[in-house]
Design a protein around this ligand. Structure first.
Ligand code: ADE
Length: 257
């Protein structure tokens, strides 16, 4: 996966890109991330990348031209025949999801993230470059950088070879439209809280069934919407019947505020 991040704040992005799984994926040659400072694509002496909004009002708007210049420079760099996939993180975008993460992970074209800051980006960038607008949730961040990093992080762990154990990605929350089951490690007793006995039983089928039921219970309690439009196997239906008659089960994640 090749990622280009266009930003006015490279220092916000660079430390994250150099750590943990993102670092490992780059070392393994499975990911390349280049962070480009939009200020380098300004044309005036003072490298001004933002200006006051037409029509008045609070805040500053990022100028259009540095984005056009940066994308054109990338186009030249990657070669005239190559196409780029432009992504604009924005609260107005399509919702990011595990499915979209998989889609990005399979993308062969370089992914170019156009990161806005302040009040936003001059609308002509959206109209002229027609990037995909993607939102990571219904809240407003100060800029697109953290959203771009979230998308890259979610995508790279799906690239074969990035995670130590390929099973980890398959067992994740959402891979199967279900939340994950709980995980435990040594010691077996933590302050009087014991690991479920089945997990130390050595009975693989019992462990598999326990995990499936725990994933279904988590989903039923925390995200029942994920179960609504889903085809369920006979086993899942049986397990959900058992879960719904457990004492004290009630949805946990209502709308707050
Ligand atoms: N930029 C600001 N808020 C955002 C959000 N929720 N998702 C993606 N990009 C953003």
């Amino acid at each position: 996966m090749r990622c280009e991040i266009l930003t006015l704040f490279p220092d916000l992005v660079q430390p994250v890109v150099g750590q943990s799984m993102l670092k490992r994926a780059q070392e393994k040659g499975l990911l390349s991330v280049t962070v480009r400072n939009l200020r380098d694509f300004t044309q005036d002496r003072h490298h001004v990348a933002d200006d006051a909004p037409y029509g008045g009002g609070a805040g500053m708007v990022m100028k259009a031209e540095p984005f056009f210049q940066a994308v054109e420079a990338l186009q030249r760099e990657y070669g005239p025949g190559s196409s780029l996939r432009l992504v604009m993180p924005s609260p107005q975008g399509c919702p990011f999801s595990q499915r979209l993460a998989e889609n990005l992970a399979h993308e062969r074209r370089p992914l170019v993230f156009l990161c806005g800051h302040y009040e936003g980006i001059d609308e002509r960038v959206r109209v002229g470059l027609q990037p995909e607008e993607i939102s990571i949730g219904d809240y407003v961040l100060t800029g697109g950088e953290l959203a771009a990093l979230v998308m890259i992080d979610a995508a790279i762990r799906l690239i074969p070879g990035v995670l130590g154990d390929p099973e980890s990605a398959h067992a994740d929350s959402f891979m199967d439209s279900l939340l994950d089951y709980p995980h435990y490690t040594r010691p077996a007793d933590v302050r009087g809280l014991n690991v479920p006995e089945v997990l130390v039983s050595g009975n693989h089928e019992a462990v598999r069934r326990w995990r499936r039921k725990a994933a279904l219970r988590n989903t039923y309690l925390k995200r029942p919407d994920l179960l609504r439009d889903r085809e369920l196997s006979a086993e899942d239906r049986g397990l959900l019947n058992e879960i719904s008659s457990e004492p004290g089960v009630a949805a946990q994640c209502g709308e707050e505020g």
